[in-house]
Structures are given as structure tokens and as C-alpha cells.
Ligand binder design. Structure first.
Ligand code: PLP
Ligand code: SF4
Length: 517
């Protein structure tokens, strides 16, 4: 062989070796002993079902289990679960064959089991329990569209899911086919969005949009993309968890037409991340969709630093970015899942600094009554004076950061971005807050709300129905006298800093009056 031939044959050998090499760390490429893609366990009830059917999401949907008898054949039910499954008026039960197969039939504490199999205590009421704990209905200008933040909306396109989570925050409507949204509702939602140019981000949720007929779902995406001011579309879905079979090439090709599109999934425990899930998420990311995860902190499922650390590590291994951990909402049926807030803080403290920043989600409480999501942070900023910031790291090590001695203030009067009109008032951050500005969402062009048959005055025109939600404004909907904004009193303003009168022992402070809270 001459030199060129040797080079050629070396290149060919290298190419062949490269083609044969499989990255052993890529969870989407995992194979079993038979050399075929790994599969998770399947309950004996469905042993005879051919793979072709099992892998078909329509088969999974139409073979879901929901009765005590069906579920009793798959799992060894406890008395508590029998009671839960027999209760009248319970939140809907429906579980895909794939998902229920992941449960250990003999272990009543199985973390997947607790999420989908009802127990008797689900029926117990608790202090502060609410039907619509996030006040979503009050913030809906048209059915299914929740406009709570100025620049983004939550668009509920269906009440149906692939399976039903016992702690569902929207159990007042989810699962109920008589409350479903139809094409007419979707059109009304799109119409509102067309007329509301401040909305730049639409979060499609439900229910779960990915359970809709593919054509209908695409019609919604198309409708959104025909609105020029919508910058990003987000899909919140638990379908890849309950039914990863749904994530096929056809769906991914369709979704990729509507970029920029992001997706948030909902895993609560690492056992939900199966080989099927890894392949589904791989497909989504290959379609250019950044994938995130939102977990709900649930007693008996993931209320443990070690369980959460395993979960977030497995998420990032699958290129899923942990986005939020939610405190369990004050919703009917979720009493036995609730944990103290300290548990969430402990989990965040156990992650921040101890693992990659990528793996640390933000811990949030969706404020009861409808104030939106509020981050709950452990104290890393210990104190802050005029020139010094005192910081604490994850090991308890304290350091100080010296503020700059010279800082040329950003000149708002010369900044085009500062001077540009904002679509809504009260967006000046802390300056607006101190000036007592209210931030509110005032959609234009909707004099009436057509809400399921009754034509009511639009909530924005009727103060008894709705109060501007805002900084310094009422969060709970007790319309009437607007809440006062915390302001320094004239007397206090005359005093040198630090010498203002303090509240007397036992006297409530301004915050305790609820003026700013
Ligand atoms: C969660 C939520 C959003 C999105 O909030 P992000 O913090 O941006 O993820 C928007 N609207 C409503 C009503 C929500 O509940
Ligand atoms: S997937 Fe989401 S909407 Fe559906 S039941 Fe679960 S929490 Fe509720």
C-alpha cells in the first residue's frame, strides 16, 4: 500500500469504529442484554400485548384502568386504598397501563403509587383548604385563560390528562369531561390574545394539551403563531411521564414547526425516569425544544433531600433542567401530601452549592388567592449595608463583598429602554412600589365575559368581582377600600435614619396590618 492508500484505509477503519461506538452514558441509548432498547417492567395483566400495541399511545389511552376491580388485579390494595377507590365524588382516577406497571404491586409506600392511587384520607378537609386555591377563575378574562402576570398567560386547552395526580391543583375542573374546553373556547382564548399585545409568552396547560387530537392541538399552535406579539410558546405536560409513547417523530416534527417552543415536564421521583422516558426526552431535545421540569413537594413521595438530589441528577443526565419545586397547594384532596415549608428550604439548602447549579430548581409557593409564584430562598445574603454585602455559602462559610466605591448611576433619562412606554403601569420595580404605583393587568376590548352560558359583566368593569391584583393592591379579592400602601409617615420622615419610633411591644407592625403583604 502506498501512503494515500494507508491513509484511506486508516480513515475507513476509524469511521467504522466510530459508527460502532455507543456512548455508554447516554440514557437514550441504553440497551438490554438482548441488544434491544431497554424497556421498563410491564404488569402481568398485559404480558400478552404485542409491543406494537403497547408502544401505541392511543392503545395506552384507551386501556387505562380506573376501577377498584381493575386496579386490584394489578396491585395488592390496602384497606386505605380500597376506601379511596370506593369513595363517592372522588377526583377522577385513570392510569395508563405503562405508568401503573412501574408501581411495585406489593409496596403500599411506592412513590409512584401514592401519586395516582387514591387513599381514604384524600377525603379529609384541612384548615385553609380551597377549591380554587390559586384564584385562577377570578383571573380568567375568558374561560380557560388565566392572565395573572402582565406579560404571560396560562392557556388551559383541555381538562383531560393521560393519568390523574391525586394532588392536582386544578382538580375542580381537571378530569371532568363536562367542563372541557372546545374549539370555540380555544378561539375565544386566541381572540383575547390577539387583542392583548402585552402578552409575549403563552403557557399551554390544562389538563394536558398533548392528550388532544394532534390536529386540534396543532390548530392551537398555529393560531398562536399567527399572533405576531407572541414570542414564546411553552407547553406544560405530564404526558411524557404517564405515556412517553406519545412522543413520536411525527409529534416532534409538528412541534418543531412552531419554535421558539419550550416544554416543562413534571417528574416527582427518579423512578418515573424510565428508558422509555429517556428516549422520549431525547426526541424532544433533538427537535430543538428546551425541556424543563416542575416537581411538587409531596409527603411520602419526595420530601427528602436525598430523593430530590437523585431526581435532579437523573433529570440533568437526561438534559432536563430542573425549573421549579412547588409547595403543595391548599387544594382539596391534597391534605395528606402537605409538608412544612421548612422541608422545601432544607431541600434547597441540600442542593445549592452541593451540586451543579444546573441541577438546582427554584423553590416556589404559588400564593393562595392568586398572587402568583413566590420564590422561597434560604438565607445566603446575611446582611446588606451601604458598602458591604455579607454572604454565607453552603458550608456556612461567611464572606463579605465590598460594594464599589464609585458607581456611575445608570441614567434613566438618557436610556431609550427606560424611557419607552411600558404596556402597563407599575413595572418600575422597587421604585414603583415605594411610590405606591399599582401594577395591573388591564386587557382591552373585552366588555363582556361569556362564561359558560352566562353573560356577566367583565370582571375588570365590575369591582365587586375583581380588584386589580397588584403591588400594594389587594391580592385576596375582597373588593372595597383599596389596601393602603406602606409609606413612611410624615413624622418618621423628619427623623434621622435609625431613630424612627419602633412599634411598641405587642403592637402589630405595618406588614402585620397586611398593608404590604
Ligand atoms: C405558573 C404560571 C405562569 C408562568 O410562570 P413562570 O414563573 O413564568 O413559569 C403564568 N401564568 C400563570 C397563571 C401561572 O400559574
Ligand atoms: S397532569 Fe397536571 S393537570 Fe393533570 S392531573 Fe396531574 S397535576 Fe393535574
Amino acid at each position: 500500500m502506498d501512503a494515500t492508500e494507508i491513509l484511506k484505509s486508516n480513515a475507513a477503519a476509524a469511521a467504522a469504529a466510530d459508527a460502532a461506538w455507543v456512548n455508554p452514558r447516554d440514557p437514550a441509548k441504553a440497551v438490554g442484554l438482548d441488544g434491544l432498547p431497554l424497556r421498563s417492567r410491564r404488569a402481568p395483566t398485559w404480558k400478552g400485548v404485542p409491543n406494537e400495541q403497547w408502544d401505541d399511545w392511543r392503545w395506552q389511552l384507551s386501556n387505562r384502568v380506573n376501577t377498584l376491580e381493575e386496579i386490584g388485579e394489578i396491585l395488592e390494595l390496602t384497606d386505605d386504598e380500597r376506601e379511596g377507590l370506593s369513595a363517592d365524588g372522588k377526583f377522577r382516577v385513570d392510569i395508563t397501563p405503562y405508568f401503573i406497571s412501574l408501581i411495585d404491586p406489593k409496596d403500599p409506600k411506592d412513590p409512584i403509587r401514592r401519586q395516582v392511587i387514591p387513599v381514604g384520607s384524600e377525603q379529609q378537609a384541612f384548615t385553609a383548604m380551597m377549591e380554587d386555591s390559586l384564584g385562577e377563575d377570578r383571573h380568567s378574562p375568558v374561560p380557560g385563560l388565566v392572565h395573572r402576570y402582565p406579560d404571560r398567560v396560562l392557556m388551559l386547552v383541555t381538562t383531560q390528562c393521560a393519568s390523574y395526580c391525586r394532588y392536582c391543583t386544578r382538580s375542580r375542573i381537571v378530569g371532568d369531561p363536562t367542563q372541557n374546553f372546545n374549539s370555540k373556547d380555544h378561539e375565544a382564548q386566541l381572540d383575547y390574545l390577539r387583542r392583548t399585545p402585552q402578552v409575549r409568552d403563552v403557557l399551554i396547560s390544562g389538563g394536558d394539551g398533548l392528550t388532544l387530537a394532534p390536529k386540534l392541538f396543532e390548530k392551537i399552535l398555529r393560531g398562536l403563531r399567527d399572533i405576531p406579539h407572541i414570542e414564546i410558546i411553552r407547553i406544560g405536560s405530564r404526558v411524557p411521564v404517564f405515556m412517553p409513547q406519545r412522543i413520536d417523530d411525527e409529534l416532534c416534527e409538528m412541534l418543531a414547526k412552531y419554535h421558539p417552543l419550550w416544554m416543562n415536564l413534571h417528574f416527582n421521583h427518579e423512578q418515573e425516569i424510565t428508558p422509555e422516558v429517556s428516549r422520549a426526552v431525547d426526541k424532544l431535545t433533538r427537535a430543538g425544544i428546551p425541556v424543563g421540569n416542575q416537581s411538587v413537594l409531596l409527603a411520602g413521595v419526595n420530601d427528602c433531600v436525598h430523593i430530590m438530589r437523585k431526581l435532579v441528577h437523573k433529570l440533568v443526565e437526561n438534559r432536563i433542567r430542573p425549573y421549579y419545586i412547588y409547595q403543595c397547594d391548599l387544594v382539596e384532596g391534597s391534605g395528606h401530601f402537605r409538608t412544612p415549608v421548612g422541608k422545601g428550604l432544607e431541600i434547597i439548602e441540600g442542593l445549592r452549592g452541593h451540586t451543579s447549579g444546573y441541577a438546582v430548581p427554584t423553590y416556589v409557593i404559588d400564593s393562595p388567592g392568586g398572587g402568583g409564584k413566590i420564590p422561597v430562598m434560604p438565607n445566603y445574603l446575611i446582611s446588606y449595608s451601604d458598602h458591604k454585602v455579607v454572604l454565607r455559602n453552603y458550608e456556612g462559610y461567611i464572606s463579605t463583598y465590598e460594594e464599589p466605591e464609585h458607581y456611575t448611576r445608570h441614567d434613566a433619562s438618557k436610556c431609550a429602554d427606560c424611557r419607552a412606554a411600558r404596556p402597563e403601569p407599575g413595572q418600575e420595580g422597587v421604585y414603583g412600589l415605594l411610590a405606591g404605583h399599582q401594577m395591573w393587568i388591564e386587557p382591552k376590548g373585552h366588555a363582556e365575559i361569556h362564561s359558560r352560558g352566562n353573560t356577566e359583566a367583565h370582571r375588570l368593569q365590575d369591582p365587586s368581582k375583581w380588584q386589580p391584583l397588584g403591588i400594594g393592591g389587594a391580592i385576596e379579592g375582597s373588593a372595597g377600600a383599596p389596601l393602603k400602601v406602606l409609606q413612611a409617615t410624615a413624622a418618621a420622615q423628619d427623623l434621622p435614619p435609625g431613630t424612627e419610633e419602633r412599634p411598641k411591644e405587642g403592637e402589630p407592625t405595618a406588614a402585620a396590618h397586611g398593608e404590604l403583604l
